[in-house]
Design a protein around this ligand. Structure first.
Ligand SMILES: NC(=O)c1ccc[n+]([C@@H]2O[C@H](COP(=O)([O-])OP(=O)(O)OC[C@H]3O[C@@H](n4cnc5c(N)ncnc54)[C@H](O)[C@@H]3O)[C@@H](O)[C@H]2O)c1
Length: 267
């Protein structure tokens, strides 16, 4: 359903060439937001922008590696150049590579922590600096960080990923405290098992490390064993909450992480 819910919102989204980021970019644009679609994969960004424009929306594509501060600055500058300002930053880029605990390497740790945790910090800092520069507005600027069910617990085969998503929760909490005086809210959401390219790869990797016997089994088994609603999810299950957090309906919320997991982690 298209609405004007996000009219007037100028948004930067990281990791938006595919998966949930792409679905959210399109959903935001359909609700009136102007969207800066960023990712290391610029061809994917351009494809998302083309789809948005074909629906009558407004968007630009910028190549960004979230571990590089200058890349994020350029994306924000590009969004301000194209749209006049930014008022929402969605830090979505993330990766996973499962390894059993004793097999975790420094490379595995650093690659996951750099993209999933440092990348979020850099996105928050650069967005906040721009928002502060723009001056206070009547309604809050919004930073939205993508956590996970693994922001609240850890699985033994994805400990660095769990650490990175716990770090995201810490940055939601600490960022909300740091930025409230600047009229910037910081919230996030935590998906559970979402069928995206990330999980397609994870499914193969989990078989390779012996966690599951055959490909295609992991999502169904987790749904059966751990998800109250007994099904895994798709990006369309996440876009509504992501939209709520960017909209005026969440103006009086800050420091919160909302789970969208079909009932995997109950708080
Ligand atoms: N799929 C799930 O089940 C699930 C569950 C919980 C949380 N999440 C989180 O949701 C977010 C989106 O995941 P998804 O499932 O849509 O994944 P995805 O793999 O489909 O999309 C992630 C995107 O991030 C991009 N990316 C990777 N490294 C990057 C970098 N250094 N800089 C910029 N972009 C980079 C990739 O190119 C890709 O387009 C991630 O933060 C992920 O950890 C996913």
């Amino acid at each position: 359903m298209d609405t004007d819910r996000l009219k007037g919102k100028n948004v930067v989204i990281t990791g938006a060439a595919q998966g949930m980021g792409a679905a959210i970019a399109e959903h935001y644009a359909a609700q009136g937001a102007k969207v800066c679609v960023t990712d290391v994969n610029i061809d994917g960004c351009n494809a998302v922008v083309d789809r948005i424009k074909a629906q009558g929306g407004e968007a630009i594509a910028v190549q960004v590696d979230v571990t590089k501060r200058r890349d994020i600055q350029i994306a924000i500058e590009s969004a301000v150049g194209a749209f006049g300002s930014i008022n929402v930053m969605l830090n979505n880029a993330g990766i996973n590579k499962p390894l059993m605990f004793l097999d975790i390497t420094e490379e595995n740790w650093h690659s996951i922590m750099d993209i999933n945790a440092l990348g979020v910090l850099l996105g928050m800092q650069e967005a906040a600096k721009q928002m502060i520069k723009q001056g206070k507005q009547d309604y809050p600027y919004k930073i939205i960080n993508v956590g996970s069910i693994l922001s609240r617990q850890a699985f033994d085969d994805v400990v660095p990923y769990s650490c990175s998503k716990h770090a995201v929760l810490a940055m939601i909490n600490g960022g909300a405290k740091a930025l409230a005086a600047e009229n910037i809210t910081v919230n996030g959401y935590g998906p559970g098992v979402v069928r995206t390219e990330l999980w397609e790869q994870l499914d193969k990797d989990l078989v390779a490390i012996g966690k599951f016997e055959k490909e295609g089994e992991s999502m169904d088994k987790l749904a059966e064993d751990m998800i109250l609603l007994k099904r895994y999810s798709y990006p369309k299950d996440v876009v509504g909450t992501a939209s709520f957090l960017a909209s005026a309906e969440s103006d009086y919320m800050t420091g919160q992480l909302l789970m969208i997991d079909g009932g995997m982690v109950l708080q």
